[in-house]
Design a protein around this ligand. Structure first.
Ligand code: 5RP
Length: 212
């Protein structure tokens, strides 16, 4: 198995806070995510600034695009994003239009998707999915468990690079120890830590211990 990447999810409400967070944490993460909240509030300006300041980091625009795949992907690319997300309920033409421009396209798995859908994304050439426990599901009592691990394993077996996200903190890493997770995406677990840099360094060390 490979050592999973660590991705910081910048779900800040404004660019200033996102940049302050990055100042502390960027050196410890492999991928920077301009979070959905940041993209909605600040637009592609946020993506542009982050790419200018951190040109060597992979930058994901978490647009969760549902339509106008070509236009949204073009805008992300022009702003400097390396990767972007589409929502799993987008149509195949939307996904294809985005994928033609942004080959590192991730499908975000929320709600009602099936493995048959996943097969059709794979057939389009898409190789990345994000297995997500939504904030709202966690707030209404959901949690990570066996059912999630089984689905993640099945997606990996299908050939996907699977990132996992949603309310993850350091204590949950071990849950995934038997899976070839591609990337851990962490927002609040890093941004809201007492010392985000130390927390990110601790994450990296643990990922190396388990998967190295
Ligand atoms: C929300 C997202 C978040 O970026 C992702 O889930 C990480 O957030 P957190 O670790 O704070 O739950 O995509 O839609």
């Amino acid at each position: 198995m490979n050592i999973p990447n660590l991705q910081i999810a910048l779900d800040n409400n404004n660019l200033e806070d996102a940049l302050l967070c990055l100042q502390e944490i960027a050196e410890y993460v492999d991928i920077i995510e301009a979070g959905t909240i940041l993209c909605l509030n600040e637009g592609m300006k946020a993506v542009k600034y982050i790419k200018t300041l951190y040109p060597d980091k992979i930058l994901l625009a978490d647009t969760k695009c549902a339509d106008a795949g070509k236009t949204v992907a073009n805008n992300c690319k022009l702003a400097g994003a390396d990767w972007m997300t589409v929502i799993c309920s987008a149509t195949l033409p939307t996904m294809k239009a985005a994928f033609d421009i942004m080959s590192d396209l991730q499908v975000e798995l929320y709600g009602d998707w099936t493995f048959e859908h996943a097969k059709s994304w794979y057939d389009l050439g898409i190789r990345q999915v994000v297995y997500h426990q939504s904030r709202d599901s966690l707030l209404s009592g959901g949690s990570w468990g066996e059912k999630d691990l089984n689905k993640i394993e099945k997606l990996i077996d299908m050939g996907f690079k699977v990132s996992v996200t949603g309310g993850l903190d350091y204590d949950k890493i071990d849950l995934f120890r038997n899976l070839d997770v591609y990337t851990f995406i962490v927002g609040r677990g890093l941004r809201e830590a007492d010392n985000p840099a130390e927390e990110a360094a601790k994450w990296k060390k643990r990922l190396e211990e388990i998967w190295g």
